[in-house]
Structures are given as C-alpha cells and as structure tokens.
Ligand binder design. Structure first.
Ligand SMILES: [Zn+2]
Length: 67
C-alpha cells in the first residue's frame, strides 16, 4: 500500500498518510496541527527487498521446547 511516513516540524509529530497520487503529496496535512509544511520520512523498514543494507534481527523459528 502506498503509505508514506511524514514528519511535522511544527509540532514534532510523525504520522502516516495514504499517497495514491503524486499530487496527493501536496495535500498532506498534519493531523495534529493541520500544517501543510510537512516533510516525508524515508525510513520504512517494511518491504526491504534487494535494496541494500538492512539489519537482520529476527532469527528463524524456535527449535525445541521453550519455557
Ligand atoms: Zn503538526
């Protein structure tokens, strides 16, 4: 889904917004202060495939009884 993360410098808040079109980027407003001067944050850990770079923190399935 075309969900982008935005950051509002006015109230220092981050939020996500649906961006279906390029023109929608100009209509993104902060849900906190309704400010239009928000900046997009490019730090989505989701869907990292063949991008280069990335931390592997999740191990495989647990083997053996735990607990
Ligand atoms: Zn704001």
């Amino acid at each position: 889904m075309p969900i982008y993360e935005y950051a509002c410098p006015t109230c220092d808040k981050t939020f996500e917004a649906f961006i279906l079109r390029r023109s929608d980027e100009g209509e993104v407003a902060c849900p906190g202060c309704s400010s239009r001067s928000v900046s997009r944050v490019m730090s989505r850990p989701a869907a990292l495939r063949g991008g280069g770079g990335g931390d592997t923190g999740s191990a495989g399935p647990s083997c053996g009884p735990v607990g």
